[in-house]
Write a protein that binds this ligand. Structure first.
Ligand code: BF8
Ligand code: SF4
Length: 652
């Protein structure tokens, strides 16, 4: 008998999958059964970069690579399996870096428009961060208004994308030693657009055909994402919408309300959703909702837009990537408003079986069957009103087949890099010192960033939660972003009480003293740049070496699916972090490329990739790496001495 594969570990998702099946609705979970991955493409051995192909160069089944076989594994133009795998890999980086960076560009454009006073509804919320970025970028502060400073920052931010020479400005935030390494290796990125275009050029038929040279360009573009496009997005969003601080909220489909207009905001850019949050509280809108028979307007988020408005406003999370279709299956969503990235084309099809209105808002992302209401940043409030009104008007159209799962879980989010600083060190002596001290004394073994997507090829949320539980059990403090954060929030890992329940004794004692959960939500996927800054702050605080690669830290994306995840992974590796991915690995078609990424990059960058689909084994790899770093720092003995008697607890 064939074993029944678990689709999800999330009870709300399982309930909605059953409802979908009963109602004859097809979801990505069903399509994944019919649409098996192409085994050649999956390992990076298919090239379709010109019309002499597509060329497939897989290792013949059951064979090990010999010089003869290697000789035969070539495309029509002679491109080797190495070249093809490396080209495919860095094209993924180009896709991911472009997505994050074009988001960053959109934020920079709005930022400049707002600074000039031409975008009503947007104002500078975080003056401190405005001045910090001004300082970092050499923008004159003395005797100038915030608006004047912001105009200069907006212009400089936009210039970062097209910078032809030199290096991107935020690179200077990295530890000195890391910057020197990047210069030495020739990977310090110039303009963000330039590095992405260069990937497309180099991977065109007949250009760069040395896999190591190709991979180096991949590093350059990925660094332009992490320390460039993504960091610009995060920093300017914080200035404009406010730097997140700890906030209590709820997660899962149970946050939808039977008696209120449910609007789900899905996608990535908070530019529109910030205004929708404000407009949905407008008394006129509430009166309209009442007139249509609803008791209020209930906002909830999916994917990274959800994380953005959760972090800044405590708006509840309806769910992560694989729940976008399932939210509609509840029959209770009156409008799903989408902007860019990770939005399934199946949404309008599913919406046809219910009453949900799918509203696209970005000129860059249209979907046949959806209603397009263009988001105009000069008239953001009007755009938002039109969207919220469309949702309200749709409320009376709800059918009889409404079922909202009861499941919802509490979480605390809002841990920006600065907040962690304050929480640990206090408002007047903000610092990472207490974190570093607790790492040095062994109560905290190390820090792991667990991030990234859901992937329908593995049981939904299962890999994230198993990995994170294993890490905290072993005294590793976990920081999270993206859909991974939502998975662990649903599992109840993001409340302070989770420390006593799931964390090892050392980590639990620190969490209890500071009052934080053992798993910290740091935001959306562009907010992985917060993790880079947190790691840098740890280095600068002292006692844990002088580069990110010296820190007892590790990263993972155990359920990844997006090209953005590959770009993120690559900028973490190139910043010195050991990074483990699950699901599958896109270069296994070339042994040399895979070895280079898994092993040789450690020699160059002090960080390297690994692939391990089993979450416990992957967590073990991360812990082993953390222990290796502790040993190199000479703090491995401290953990052996840690005995948690009451005297020590008091002294924390
Ligand atoms: O940018 S984690 S599925 S939603 S790609 Fe997409 Fe992956 Fe979720 Fe956010 Ni990030
Ligand atoms: Fe084939 Fe070379 Fe064309 Fe790729 S570029 S499709 S390997 S001929």
């Amino acid at each position: 008998m064939e074993e029944k594969k678990i689709k999800s570990i999330d009870p709300a998702s399982i309930e909605m999958l059953e409802k979908a099946a009963d109602e004859g609705v097809t979801t990505s979970f069903d399509r994944a059964e019919d649409q098996k991955p192409c085994p050649v493409g999956m390992v990076g051995s298919c090239c379709r970069n010109c019309s002499m192909g597509p060329c497939r160069v897989p290792l013949p089944k059951g064979k090990t690579e010999t010089p003869e076989i290697r000789q035969q594994r070539k495309g029509v133009c002679g491109a080797t399996a190495e070249t093809i795998a490396a080209r495919n890999f860095i094209r993924m980086i180009a896709g991911g870096a472009a997505a994050h960076s074009d988001h960053g560009r959109g934020v920079a454009e709005l930022f400049l428009t707002a600074a000039k006073g031409e975008a009503p509804g947007y104002e500078i919320q975080d003056e401190q961060k405005l001045l910090q970025v001004a300082l970092d970028w050499g923008v004159e502060i003395g005797g100038r208004s915030n608006q004047e400073i912001a105009v200069d920052i907006g212009e400089k931010a936009l210039a970062e994308f097209g910078r032809q020479e030199g290096e991107i400005l935020f690179l200077k935030r990295a530890p000195k030693k890391r910057q020197e390494l990047w210069w030495r290796e020739g990977v310090a990125p110039r303009g963000i657009d330039r590095e992405i275009v260069e990937i497309m050029h180099r991977t065109h038929m007949g250009v760069d055909q040395d896999y190591q040279s190709l991979l180096r360009q991949g590093v350059r573009a990925a660094l332009a994402d992490g320390w460039g496009g993504s960091m610009i997005a995060t920093e300017l969003q914080d200035i404009l919408f406010g730097n997140p601080s700890p906030v209590l909220s709820k997660v899962n489909l149970g946050v939808l309300k039977e008696d209120e207009v449910n609007i789900i905001i899905h996608g990535h850019e908070p530019l529109l959703s910030e205004i929708i949050v404000a407009v949905s509280q407008d008394p006129k809108m509430l009166a309209l909702a009442k007139a249509k028979g609803a008791n209020g307007i209930n906002l909830a988020g999916i994917c990274c837009t959800a994380n953005e408005i959760l972090m800044r406003h405590g708006v509840p999370l309806a769910g992560n990537f694989l729940q976008q279709e399932l939210a509609i299956v509840t029959g209770a969503v009156d409008a799903m408003v989408v902007d860019v990235q990770c939005i399934m084309q199946s949404l309008p099809d599913i919406a046809q079986c219910y009453h949900t209105k799918i509203i696209t808002t970005s000129p860059k992302a249209k979907i046949p069957g959806a209603t397009h209401i263009n988001f105009d940043e000069h008239n953001a409030i009007e755009s938002a009103r039109a969207i919220v009104s469309a949702a309200i008007e749709n409320f009376p159209n709800r059918g009889k087949n409404v079922t909202i799962p009861k499941t919802q879980t509490a979480l605390v989010a809002g841990f920006s890099h600065e907040t962690i600083n304050y929480l640990l060190g206090g408002m007047f002596r903000a610092s990472y010192r207490p974190l570093n001290d607790n790492i040095i004394n062994g109560r905290i073994r190390g820090v792991a960033g667990v991030v990234g997507c859901n992937n329908v090829r593995v049981p939904h949320d299962a890999i994230h939660t198993a990995m994170v539980k294993e890490l905290i059990k072993n005294d590793v403090l976990v920081i999270q972003t993206g859909c991974s954060a939502m998975a662990c929030a649903k599992a109840g890992l993001m409340v302070p009480e989770a420390a006593a329940k799931y964390a090892g004794e050392g980590l639990a004692s620190v969490c209890e003293t500071v009052g934080i959960p053992p798993v910290l939500h740091m935001g959306s996927c562009v907010d992985n740049s917060r993790i880079l800054l947190a790691a840098t702050a740890m280095v600068k605080d002292g006692g844990l070496g002088d580069d990110i690669s010296d820190l007892p830290v590790a990263g993972a994306a155990p359920e990844w699916m997006s090209e953005k995840a590959i770009s993120i992974g690559q900028y973490f590796v190139a910043s010195g972090v050991f990074t483990v991915f699950g699901v599958n690995w896109p270069t296994v078609g070339s042994e040399d490329v895979t070895k280079f990424l898994f092993r040789d990059s450690e020699e160059v960058y002090g960080g390297m990739w690994a692939f391990e689909p089993d979450p416990i084994k992957a967590a073990t790899l991360m812990i082993e790496h953390i222990d290796k770093k502790r040993k190199a720092l000479g703090i491995d003995k401290a953990r052996e001495r840690v005995l948690f008697d009451m005297a020590m607890r008091r002294e924390l």
